[in-house]
Design a protein around this ligand. Structure first.
Ligand SMILES: [Zn+2]
Length: 177
């Protein structure tokens, strides 16, 4: 019993110790749009102050990702985008959706029937605007991505309705778990 607790403490210690130099090991990347993101292979939870997010994101990105805004339908760059690859969180680089699960919904927003990994996104009830909706958030940085609805195609019947502004795209073979 004592040993288990000691091991837990040790592991925690390693985790805490490991998480500090992690940032130093993977220097922040500068994307083409000049913002800084953390490495997309890093699964550590990203916690930044709203002030930090304001510095990293454009005004439009900040509004959608951090203030749960919604871009105008059919305005986003990924609505009719069909390239093979992976859609990542525009705030932290977390891989979110594979192009293989993207479908034409006609809604005006990029739509997917499932996330790239069940743990890539989180959901929570959103009863704003007098509607009962389910908000979709990035599981790594808690940024708002869009909403998920029950009117999607097979095999899940779900429609992840995501703002283009909340996404970045990495071309290449779609990542599958
Ligand atoms: Zn994120």
């Amino acid at each position: 019993m004592h040993n288990i607790r000691l091991m837990t403490m040790l592991c925690l210690g390693i985790l805490i110790a490991g998480s500090v130099p992690l940032d130093a090991r993977s220097p922040q990347q500068i994307t083409e749009r000049g913002k800084t993101t953390v490495s997309d292979t890093n699964t550590t939870k990203v916690e930044k102050s709203e002030q930090e997010w304001r510095q990293i994101l454009t005004d439009e990105e900040y509004h959608i990702l951090r203030e749960a805004g919604t871009e105008r339908p059919f305005s986003g760059e990924y609505v009719d985008y069909n390239a093979d690859g992976t859609y990542t969180c525009a705030a932290c680089g977390n891989p979110l959706f594979s192009s293989e699960t993207k479908f034409k919904s006609g809604s005006g927003w990029p739509s997917y029937y499932q996330p790239i990994d069940p743990d890539a996104v989180e959901t929570r009830a959103d009863n704003s605007l007098l509607m009962r909706r389910t908000e979709v958030l990035c599981a790594r940085c808690d940024s708002h991505l869009g909403h998920v609805f029950n009117d999607g195609p097979d095999p899940t019947g779900l429609r992840y309705c995501i703002n283009s502004v909340a996404l970045d795209f990495e071309s290449g073979e779609a990542e599958t778990e």
